[in-house]
Design a protein around this ligand. Structure first.
Ligand code: ADP
Ligand code: ASP
Ligand code: MG
Length: 439
């Protein structure tokens, strides 16, 4: 079985949707995971913001604009009057549902249901397109099998049991279409896997059905050796190990949702990243690889806050770090980087929702200090600590940039540096020149 996920740009307009028909043809059973049409989720987020502000006219205007956009899409997508009408009825139904939110109280529950409409629409329209082209396929409703638990982690058992149960009902079908991103939570309410979550859906489905391969189709030729939004002349990396890809996704390579590699890695399923606009290009393969020394790619993770704690009581003391980490554990706040000296500890976090409470508790152990607006630069590849020269190349490149924290040697796959957000673009560029100018 193959899982093929297409992101927002790959279903961004009628031409691109039609282009997918060729890309999804296969001898093997295929599950196609679709994102919302590009821009739609952002528009739904904006509608939700208006509804939270109780600005009904603004919300209604935005819903109206979305409606015309989708009616135009239907006109370009369908060639037969029947399917055009069916498509438009479907759009009207979703738009009617969105309008319903302007008539009643708007809470986080409604917001999640509203955000789900993008993927529900794109998949339903695509299924109609396949019907028009007489391509047999079945729509798998993600809300019937994709689920997260009370800790907001995927409920792998539930997903596996329910997805396979539904697939069994369609034993003669070889092509399935389903929604990325959306799911139900532990209470059965509509929820989602966070922004960019369709990649995660694809990987979770791959794991649940023990797929032979997973393909993530997007708008670029695979994972590049640096962030193409900030650096020119980046190049696709041909091959990455699961560890390297997971590190890059976690540390900001937007092409992959931060958690999306884990399920594929656990199930040993190779993941290929491909460009739906240039399907012949090889892209990037993520699989178990033999380590070849070198820094393969650079990524940056924004919105990082440094938390520092200083205390003379740390001197010659043991058990101090445990007490500090326990506080972060209580508030379910992951620490990304940590550096220690004899009397001080610096940690970096990106989830600041419980920062006040964390600081109050930390103050029992020493003086605290925070520094917001930081960025983690991650250099990822196979960087054995037995090798030499990596650190000097990096420091050389960052000669003019203050480095606030460094983590080196924790694993063979990653060197991370923490810098001010204003230095990010310069750091990505100077590192690129230093490390890849000979490519
Ligand atoms: P999709 O809508 O298909 O999920 P995304 O926008 O989420 O696509 O991801 C693709 C984008 O990720 C690219 O267009 C590129 O701008 C951005 N990106 C950031 N870092 C990288 C990287 N290292 N390699 C490739 N793309 C990257
Ligand atoms: N549509 C969702 C988003 O824009 C999920 C995804 O595209 O992966 O975040
Ligand atoms: Mg994405």
């Amino acid at each position: 079985m193959i899982i093929k996920k297409f992101g927002g740009t790959s279903v961004g307009d009628a031409k691109r949707m039609k282009n997918l028909i060729e890309l999804i043809q296969s001898e093997e059973t295929t599950i196609v995971v679709l994102s919302a049409v590009s821009g739609t989720t952002n528009k739904l987020v904006a509608i939700a913001e208006s509804l939270y502000r109780q600005d009904k006219p603004d919300a209604c205007n935005q819903i109206k604009a979305l409606k015309s956009e989708y009616l135009m899409l239907a006109d370009e997508l369908f060639e037969t009057p029947n399917k055009n009408e069916e498509g438009k009825k479907l759009i009207e139904a979703h738009i009617g549902y969105l309008k319903g939110f302007t008539e009643r109280i708007f809470t986080i529950l409604q917001e999640k249901a509203l955000l789900a409409q993008g993927e529900l629409l794109s998949t339903a329209l695509f299924q109609l397109l396949l019907e028009e082209k007489n391509i047999p396929s079945a729509l798998l409703p993600a809300l019937e099998f994709m689920r997260i638990d009370k800790n907001l982690d995927p409920d792998e058992y539930y997903i596996q049991q329910n997805l396979n149960r539904i697939l069994k009902k369609h034993s003669n079908t070889k092509l399935f279409i389903t929604q990325g991103y959306i799911c139900r939570n532990a209470y059965g309410e509509i929820d989602n896997l966070k922004r960019g979550g369709s990649d995660y859906t694809a990987s979770l489905i791959g794991q649940a059905v023990q797929a032979d391969k997973i393909q993530i189709w997007t708008d670029i030729d695979g994972l590049h050796n640096n962030d193409p939004r900030f650096v020119n002349n980046t190049n696709p990396v041909a091959e990455l190990s699961f560890e390297e890809a997971a590190e890059l996704a976690y540390f900001g390579a937007k092409i992959l949702h931060p958690s999306s590699i884990l399920p594929a890695r656990q199930a040993h399923i190779p993941v290929r990243l491909k460009n739906s606009l240039r399907p012949k290009r090889p892209g990037t393969i993520i699989q178990n690889t033999k380590d070849k020394a070198g820094i393969k790619a650079i990524a940056a993770k924004d919105n990082i806050t440094i938390v520092r704690i200083k205390s003379d009581r740390m001197l010659f003391a043991y058990g101090f770090l445990r007490k500090i980490f326990e506080i972060f554990e209580i508030y379910k706040t992951p620490i990304d980087m940590i550096t220690t000296s004899e009397v001080a500890v610096s940690m970096s976090i990106d989830d600041t929702s419980n920062l006040e409470a964390i600081l109050t508790d930390l103050k029992k152990f020493g003086q605290t200090e925070i520094e917001p607006d930081q960025v983690i630069i991650a250099l990822v590849g196979y960087i054995p600590t037995s090798g030499n020269g990596y650190a000097s190349q990096i420091f050389d490149a960052l000669l003019d940039i203050p480095i606030k924290m460094i983590s080196y040697g924790a694993s063979n796959h990653n060197i991370t540096l923490l810098i001010d957000k204003n230095d990010k673009i310069m750091a990505l560029n100077t590192l690129h020149q230093k490390l890849y100018s000979n490519l």
